[in-house]
Design a protein around this ligand. Sequence first.
Ligand code: CP
Length: 339
Amino acid sequence: MNFVGEHILSVAQLNRADVEEIFAVADKMTPFAHRERVTRVLDGAVLCNLFFEASTRTRLSFGAAFNLLGGSVRETTDMESTSLVKGESLKDFARVVSAYSDVIVMRHPIDGAVAEFAESSRSPVLNGGDGSNEHPTQALLDVYTIKKELRTRKKGLDDLRIAVIGDLKYGRAVHSLIKLLKLFRNITVHLIAPPVLSAPESVITELQKAGHEVRHFEQLEHGIQGVDVLYMTRTQEERFSSSAEAREYQGLFRINQAVYSQHCEPDTVIMHPLPRDSREAAQEVNVDLDSNPNLAVFRQSDNGLIVRMALFALILDVVNKVEDYSTQVGWFTDARKWD
Ligand code: CP
């Protein structure tokens, strides 16, 4: 696709060449994300961050990515502080906000609401997560992370073996990830979930139709053997009819150092879109794995910054100008550690 001025609403818009282009631009963004250099290429541009659900990573990394390219960020973090609560339609809202912004990121609790908003927006819209439907930029940063992690193990995205674990019904990050993996060759996906939280049939069928292998498991110990990547997820409590119902599934699948040592290959990468649920009843990724070098969850969230900078640069057509507007900064210090 030609990214310039385009909405990014679903990973279904992307082919393999598009994904590789995003990753190549992301690599170029790394010195800017790491503050080795500063660029003002988006000086004067405005991002509107419209987040109608809780977020740490997506909202702040989109905002920081735009700032690191020299742009300014305006944001709203709940529906109640907008005139949507006065009955304003998404259509009117989009028409108004898109005049104030050069690009918009929206997170919304309803499936399809971001796409509906985008129809009336005069600025490009990026989907920051819509209900349990999709989270396309999370999938891009996940696949970028898998690629980087496996490179050190002399493997690539083709022939990937991945176990995806937990709430596969409501997990929008998982839906986008599985759809995106379809673009690569000879993928094996182990889906580990109770039947009631299994991935939507359409997502599974798409993968199978593309010739990939899908295997279903209900036991964590069986499904995590013989894979390159474990992708753990949180029970999406906010999508259940009650917290009590969600609690039935929290803690069902837990990975800790003992389980990892017993059942996984020694260099299996451990991923999670975060937030991990650290409450006693859940703990799907135990903190005793924090010292395991294969735990990639924070490298994953770091990569969100780089990938989102790349998307802004592509959509606003400044990829080839980033260097021209760049300088070194006095406050950069080598002492700041990046993995
Ligand atoms: N992974 C992710 O979407 O995190 P946030 O909900 O904190 O944005």
